[in-house]
Design a protein around this ligand. Structure first.
Ligand code: KIV
Length: 273
């Protein structure tokens, strides 16, 4: 007989039920060790395709592959126990049509064990999202500043400044929610529009550069830790990891050069007979 002693993992259904309630806390995670820390404080973790820029130094997320997402998705699942793990579908792995999207989403869920996937895009993705949800794939939406469309947006631009832009964003979020997305990331959206969307759709909204009006928040972990050398305006640095790492590496280099590391505590001696 097995006894369940640990809290079960949060599901997409649990997140959907949090609409309008206690704020949903989330961060990105790409590695087992950071996932283990984030897991204790977050309702869900996103294995974001931002890993291409953060881990690999790419200029955009466009070159990220399904294999990269699956590899890091597995690591995050191994490192965590409680939070829902959502894996981003990379550019080119779902836009061709709903069958392609299902085939690749199924691979992600099977090969990582994650509980949900995320796709970027508004009304034009609604049919694909509904197809996936009907076939057992929990989908998180992502509207507003969608980094995979950087080339058609003309850069990483905050959305919703014009009345027309506002109407389009609201229609996009509604279409994605109506298609069955269990939550929607709102990225780079001006406050009144994020507020209007949050107040008018059934799915919880997760903001990143989209004001406190959202049902929850997400940040890229390395940005909020202060590890990235640059971060956008919406990022608050909750740590100064870059400085800590630099100080530690400099101290290590100094001790190696001075011959004081390794010291007696780090040196093996033969066992006493
Ligand atoms: O890839 C990512 O990290 C994301 C978040 C910024 C929402 O999509």
């Amino acid at each position: 007989m097995s006894m369940q002693t640990e809290k079960r993992r949060t599901t997409a259904v649990d997140i959907a039920a949090r609409k309008g309630g206690e704020k949903i806390v989330s961060l990105t995670a790409y590695h087992a060790h950071t996932a283990g820390i984030v897991d204790r404080y977050c309702d869900f973790m996103l294995v974001g395709d931002s890993l291409g820029m953060v881990m690999h130094g790419l200029e955009t997320t466009l070159p990220v592959t399904l294999e990269m997402m699956i590899l890091q998705g597995r690591a995050v699942m191994r490192g965590s126990k409680q939070a829902l793990v959502v894996v981003d579908m990379p550019f080119g792995s779902y836009e061709e049509g709903r069958e392609q999207a299902f085939r690749n989403a199924a691979r992600v869920l099977k090969e990582t064990g994650a509980g949900a996937i995320k796709v970027e895009g508004g009304a034009h993705m609604a049919d694909t999202i509904a197809f996936l949800v009907r076939r057992g794939v929990p989908v998180m939406g992502h509207v507003g500043l969608t980094p995979q469309s950087v080339n058609t947006m003309g850069g990483f631009r905050v959305q919703g400044h014009s009345e027309e832009g506002q109407k389009l964003l609201e229609a996009d979020a509604r279409a994605v929610a109506d298609a069955g997305a269990f939550a929607i990331v709102l990225e780079g959206i001006v406050e009144p529009v994020a507020r209007a969307i949050t107040g008018s759709i059934a799915a919880p909204t997760i903001g990143i550069g989209a004001s406190p009006a959202c049902d929850g928040q997400i940040l890229v972990l390395e940005d909020m830790l202060g590890l990235s050398d640059w971060a956008p305006k919406f990022v608050k640095r909750f740590g100064a990891l870059r400085d800590h790492i630099e100080a530690a590496v400099a101290a290590y280099a100094g001790e190696v050069k001075a011959g004081t590391f390794p010291g007696p505590e780090q040196t093996y001696q033969p066992r006493k007979r």
